[in-house]
Design a protein around this ligand. Sequence first.
Ligand code: F6P
Length: 341
Amino acid sequence: MRIGILTSGGDCPGLNAVIRGAVLKGTQIHGQEFVGFRDGWRGVVDGDVMPLTRKEIQGIAKQGGTILGTSRTNPFEGDGGVDRIAENMERFGIDAMVAIGGEGTLAAAKRLTDAGLKIVGVPKTVDNDLGATDYTFGFDTAVQIATDAMDRLRTTGDSHSRCMVAEVMGRHVGWIALHSGMAAGAHAILIPEQATSMDQIVEWVQSAYDRGRAPLVVVAEGFVPDHESDVHSERGLDAFGRPRLGGIGERLAPVIEERTGIETRATTLGHIQRGGTPTSYDRVLATRLGMAASDAVVEGRWGRMVALRGTEIVHVSFEEALDSLKVVPQTRYDEAAILFG
Ligand code: F6P
């Protein structure tokens, strides 16, 4: 069997480990052959493929990014569509596809599977926002990078007696903020799931400062203060019509400074969180998911995604995967909030 692999959506530490896991298990155990589509759905639509043998995947588990390239191309726009993709699969002798991606990628994979194409999915997102899997690879790395950055911000905060605001990614959920903020000992963690007031934020900052601490405020890019109704977005929409987020930290900092009189600086960690080498946890999870994707092709599990439940790899339908945004539960926030201020 010949399998086409693609990585789509934002890059994520661990993508290469998935590719390696799938190719190694597939070639060594199942006698499968692989090709890579370049730049996600763009390569599928344009018929842009590259070889994916044991040689290409040597030593890549520790490399960040993706050797296949990625894009946020919508496969149903422009020259795309089911017929075009089916034609390209036939042209390259591809029997099935492994689509590694987040919500947008899986939604496209579902439409194509519903139209009869053979696709299995592998969940990917640093945001950890897919309800059908306990953890996604890339999340642990993003949290580690954010924690390291906050440790560094705190030394500057301490030296200058400043309030430091660190903005992290996560789209509409606060997992990266919650975990990195807790690990770094933040005095306030602001997440989309909790519409916190400015009065409350100022109180936490002031109380940490009054105890002689340099306050650290961690804010998720999707946080909406309780006096506002929309998420902060100043960079338009992505290819799937979703607002690009980022910039709320820069907006909060002057308000905190004005209301407390404490000199305040904001840092947006941005794409640094998705860059560089994956942690060992992410490499292992990604490798296991890649191997499971190769098995899922042998088993003909079209329209299903491999996922982590506890410590086991399981299979869930694309519907189930797309159905539930995994938000931070109230109990996890309440537990973290005990440490604020
Ligand atoms: O979904 C992953 C993510 O990193 C989000 O946290 C962030 O909002 C978005 O992607 C950024 O996308 P881009 O790389 O296209 O700017």
